[in-house]
Design a protein around this ligand. Structure first.
Ligand code: MRU
Length: 346
């Protein structure tokens, strides 16, 4: 099942689905430079941690290709600027910085070679970042699918689907893999205020594939859990600290607390590229604050009182103690803690 190509390379350009306008419109936007890609990430044309990492890798490659006619010094300066502009696009998803580090290592390994050769090598690496992401999601999907019983009703928050990755998805990848394995799975999608990734993107992906999905507002999750209507929670993540604390879309923490209250397993689908061993615990994870307009209304419609003060943290941190398991490409880490996470990189 590969129904959406979130990002694709076409005729020397990066094309990305414009996720701001889904599901009303399905269209690709084309990108030619690192600055354009950085703006696409900032504006959330592309979003979701692994997809942001892939886009950034292509952003570096695009800049190298555009500048390959320059002299060595100017080429290096342009590439350095590309890394800086991409790194400043969004702060929370560590996959962005993981991908940039990987691209920089490739560059540094061949930095004395002609610019054209460096550019081709960077493009090949960006293609590999993308292909690897799909392979990893499929591996995680198989591990995660084994955790879901036939008939499971799975609640998810935000969109950790094909649209948030190069394909297949992390949390929705687990659900897709379970369905492919013949299990009857139904999805409960939190709408995910304020950007509505659940209502607009997760619901769209599931409807496209005929996987049963029911949309709820975020505040309905506890009620459904209390009535025994949720068997498991599976979400994605933007950054996991060394001790297992999980940053994900705002509202995830609330879902995790509710799941614990009702004895429902809370799983986090998490490629190793999302684990940040450099951050000891969740308190140190940078949390993006976005524009007030995302809370006071949607697109042209403003519903909040003009002049009201607004907070709009885009992510929250779920303490590791509330996480039943991290689903990774190296297997499921039950009750994650510092030791078990370190062992993944052993
Ligand atoms: O603000 P977004 O839409 O980029 O946030 C996305 C999420 O929080 C996802 O759950 C996370 O990136 C995991 S995507 C596989």
């Amino acid at each position: 099942m590969q129904v959406v190509e979130t990002l694709r390379w076409n005729n020397g350009r990066l094309e990305m689905i414009d996720q701001r306008v889904l599901p009303a419109r399905f269209e690709y936007l084309a990108y030619d430079s690192a600055a354009e890609v950085a703006e696409g990430i900032r504006a959330m044309v592309v979003r979701g941690a692994p997809a942001i990492g892939c886009a950034a890798a292509y952003g570096v490659a695009l800049e190298a290709l555009a500048c390959r006619g320059l002299g060595a010094g100017e080429f290096s300066a342009a590439l350095q600027k590309a890394f800086d502009v991409l790194a400043a696009s969004r702060p929370t998803a560590v996959n962005l910085f993981w991908a940039l580090k990987r691209m920089r290592a490739v560059w540094q390994g061949i930095k004395d070679r002609p610019a054209g050769e460096i550019a081709e090598r960077l493009l090949a690496e960006a293609h590999e970042v993308r292909a690897e992401d799909i392979r990893i999601n499929r591996t995680m999907g198989a591990y995660g699918a084994a955790l879901l019983k036939d008939g499971a009703r799975v609640l998810t928050h935000c969109n950790a689907g094909a649209l948030a990755t190069a394909g297949h998805g992390t949390a929705l990848g687990v659900i897709r893999s379970a369905v492919e394995a013949g299990k009857r799975i139904s999805v409960i999608a939190d709408e995910t205020r304020p950007f509505l990734q659940g209502a607009r993107l997760t619901a769209w992906e599931m409807v496209q594939e005929g996987i049963p999905v029911t949309l709820i507002t975020d505040s309905m999750a506890g009620h459904l859990m209390s009535r025994g209507e949720v068997d498991a929670v599976v979400v994605g993540t933007d950054r996991v600290a060394a001790n297992g604390d999980v940053a994900n879309k705002i509202g995830t923490y609330m879902v995790a607390v509710l799941a614990r209250r009702h004895g429902i397993p809370f799983y986090v689908a998490c490629p190793l590229s999302t684990i940040d061993l450099g951050i000891a615990d969740g308190a140190a994870i940078p949390i993006e604050e976005r524009a007030a307009e995302e809370v006071t209304g949607f697109r042209e419609c403003q519903w909040a009182a003009i002049g009201v003060a607004v907070r709009n943290p885009a992510f929250d941190v779920t303490p590791a103690e509330l996480v039943s398991g991290l689903i990774t490409e190296k297997g499921v880490v039950l009750r994650p803690d510092q030791e078990r996470i370190a062992a993944l990189f052993g």
